[in-house]
Design a protein around this ligand. Structure first.
Ligand SMILES: Cc1cc2nc3c(=O)[nH]c(=O)nc-3n(C[C@H](O)[C@H](O)[C@H](O)COP(=O)(O)O)c2cc1C
Length: 203
């Protein structure tokens, strides 16, 4: 019987109309398809778009740590996340932090994140480093095993603007990072696979 692949969930962390998140996740997925573990079928990448999850602002009466989910949408979200073995969070920077939709989606769950390897790809005017730092702290708090490698894409450095300008907030961008960024994605995926092989830390 074929062994189930190691599933890496790529979480698209923005939901606004016209967002760039799906294009960034698409680029990451293309790079991931060239990773030896993905090519050999050992690992697989699945995009999880928070805009499609349509979670309301947290409406569970009991904190997620107790695992007592009362809402159907929470149970659905739990099943989606539990189906992954590791995660790459694709987050833009909003006001020096992560989008509310991403924080809300993380807050809904607890055990589903705990012990699972997680990495961050941030993007923003200058790479979204503030958002990445906040996200790493949040993921550590829910017990994810946050890997060292991370990827930053700058709106000037790593995007092209055919027929538009960065100063136009609705301009459609093409994600066009250099090979160094692709190499960082490959290293991040390798870190996730390596982390999964290490024994789980004692809680
Ligand atoms: C509400 C909001 C706040 C933003 N704040 C920042 C910021 O603090 N730093 C930054 O580099 N870019 C900031 N930006 C620019 C975003 O990083 C950029 O528009 C990015 O494409 C947003 O991701 P999205 O297109 O997936 O929504 C902000 C954008 C929005 C919509």
């Amino acid at each position: 019987m074929d062994k189930k692949p190691f599933v890496i969930g790529v979480v698209v962390g923005s939901s606004r109309p016209g967002r760039r998140g799906p294009a960034v996740a698409g680029w990451l997925t293309e790079v991931a398809a060239r990773h030896p573990s993905v090519r050999s079928g050992v690992a697989a990448v699945e995009v999880i778009d928070l805009a499609e999850q349509r979670l309301p602002l947290l409406d569970e009466p009991v904190p997620a740590r107790f695992g007592d989910y009362r809402q159907e949408h929470t149970r659905c979200w739990s099943a989606v996340v539990a189906g992954c073995d590791a995660f790459v969070f694709v987050t833009p920077e909003y006001n020096h932090s992560i989008p509310a939709v991403l924080k809300n989606a993380i807050d809904y769950l607890d055990a589903e994140w705990r012990g699972r390897p997680a990495g961050v790809l941030s993007y923003g005017v200058d790479g979204g480093g503030w958002a990445a730092g906040h996200l790493r702290d949040i993921l550590s708090e829910v017990g994810a095993r946050v890997v060292d490698e991370h990827v930053e894409l700058g709106l000037f450095a790593d995007f092209e603007w055919p027929g538009g300008e960065l100063s136009d907030p609705t301009a459609v961008a093409r994600v066009a990072p250099g090979e160094d960024r692709a190499a960082a994605v490959t290293a991040l995926l390798t870190d996730l696979l390596d982390a999964a092989r290490e024994p789980a830390p004692v809680a």
